[in-house]
Design a protein around this ligand. Structure first.
Ligand code: UD1
Length: 424
């Protein structure tokens, strides 16, 4: 088991380059199943989740070339060999459900083991299934060898109107991918508006699809007969950038993050400015200067985009743990995303919570402790807390962090963080 050892580090200073987005690249990879041509995705981050999805696509029949030096991924699926994802792989990540829509569209059948991923709440897939059923798919769930599966079949998917009860990111992506080859026009209402949805629509349109309105809550997809291969550069990872922005703020440092799209970061920038630090937005970079500033507490409510991202909630909780005054966090997207509270408390944080609301009273100093990454973003938050805690913080279960942060230790060390990777 590997762990990170983090020591109090002083101000983080310098420049970092954000990687390609984890949450954008996974749906692009799934979308490559919609054609038998080759698709090339540039700026693909070398992450555990990307590796797992590569194995799933290979099982399905994908021929994959991942050049990690030059950061491009080529996927060609001349034939579908298996109509789904094996449980030992699908169980490891929730994004495995994203092969459902493309497989159904391409071969009329998909069987996928119900997905795993970070243990942040129940995370059902009812909206994905309801939408596919509205397009004419027959959906059933069954159990085999101790695993739960979902199977969808459809001779022809038909365009229709779908209203999502909640703007689910994954459901919106799955339904767009199913609709691009369906007969007629599909309208997705109350769709998710995340930049990762826009990136998927751009990728599909380059493949010959007709997707309009991505980035709004009304997405219209006109089905086409076939798609072809394409080349695309994935958008930068806004959550990785946001994490570095908080690293600058919490450490009283000055970090410039390159390959950043400032408009994707608006809620993070706004909340950081409210804490009292300076944020400068450039064409291709964002800079946080917190030198000489004392942090003030803020109130946060997580919401679907363009609201404050749930994926930045834990990192802000670490920040509020050392800010002046009482801040609150209301988590409205996931029902069980506060597991990091107990870990931050071990480091001296003063946090109380009930239901989905946490109150954080900033303390002058946190202290090092042995803590556990309870999910991907929670793990990053504990590292941030460790940067300012007195003494040594040992973060275990770092495989969660490696699911979504490329070269995290190397990047943090390059700007002055005292962090070591230890293989036990
Ligand atoms: C994606 C992101 C994840 C992020 C989340 C919310 C990827 C790979 N992951 O996850 O990092 O935290 O968006 O921004 O892109 N829900 C239902 N029924 C469904 C689908 C979702 O009730 O059929 C609920 C979920 O339980 C959750 C909420 O909707 O409470 C949001 O989920 P969703 O937007 O689907 O998140 P993911 O696509 O899983």
């Amino acid at each position: 088991m590997a762990k990170y050892v983090v020591r109090q580090s002083g101000a983080l200073m310098g420049d970092l380059v954000a990687s390609g987005s984890k949450n954008a690249v996974l749906p692009l990879m799934a979308a490559s199943l919609l054609t038998d041509d080759k698709c090339r995705i540039n700026d693909t981050p070398a992450l555990r989740d990307v590796e797992v999805l590569c194995r799933i696509l290979e099982d399905i029949g994908g021929q994959i070339r991942f050049n990690k030096e030059e950061k491009y991924l080529e996927i060609e699926t001349p034939q579908i060999r298996a109509a789904g994802a094996a449980p030992h792989l699908a169980g490891r990540m929730r994004a495995s459900i994203l092969v459902l829509g493309p497989l159904l569209a391409r071969i009329g059948k998909a069987t996928v083991a119900l997905p795993g991923g970070c243990a942040i709440g129940a995370r059902p897939i009812d909206l994905h299934l309801k939408g596919l059923e509205a397009m004419g798919a027959k959906v059933q769930t069954f159990e085999k060898d101790g695993f739960d599966f979902v199977e969808a079949t459809a001779e022809h998917l038909k365009g229709c109107e779908i209203y999502l009860d909640f703007p689910s990111v994954g459901a919106t992506q799955n339904l767009i991918m199913a609709a691009v080859l369906a007969e007629g026009t599909t309208l997705i209402q109350n769709a998710a508006e995340e930049p990762e949805i826009v990136d998927l629509a751009n990728f599909l349109n380059k493949m010959g699809a007709k997707v309009k309105g991505a980035g709004t809550d009304n997405i219209r997809i006109e089905g086409v007969k076939a798609l072809h291969g394409t080349e695309h550069t994935v958008i930068p990872d806004r959550i990785e950038t946001g994490t570095f922005m908080v690293a600058a703020a919490i450490s009283g440092g000055d970090l410039t993050i390159h390959n950043a799209v400032a408009s994707h970061l608006t809620p993070i920038t706004a909340k950081l400015r409210e804490t009292g630090v300076d944020v400068f937005e450039g064409e291709d970079f964002i800079r946080v200067d917190a030198r000489g500033k004392s942090l003030k507490a803020v109130n946060i409510k997580t919401l679907p985009y363009p609201g404050f991202p749930t994926d930045m909630q834990a990192q802000f909780m670490a920040l509020l743990a050392v800010a002046k005054g009482k801040g609150t966090i209301n988590e409205t997207v996931f029902e069980n995303r506060f597991m990091h509270i107990d870990q931050l408390r071990k480091m001296g944080a003063d946090i109380t919570y009930a239901d989905r609301k946490a109150s954080i009273i900033g303390t002058k100093a946190l202290h090092g402790a042995q803590v556990r990454a309870t999910d991907l973003r929670a793990g990053a938050a504990l590292v941030l807390a460790g940067l300012v805690a007195e003494g040594v913080t040992e973060v275990s279960q770092v495989y969660y962090i490696e699911r979504g942060y490329e070269e995290f230790v190397e990047k943090m060390r390059s700007v002055g963080a005292d962090i070591e990777y230890i293989e036990e």
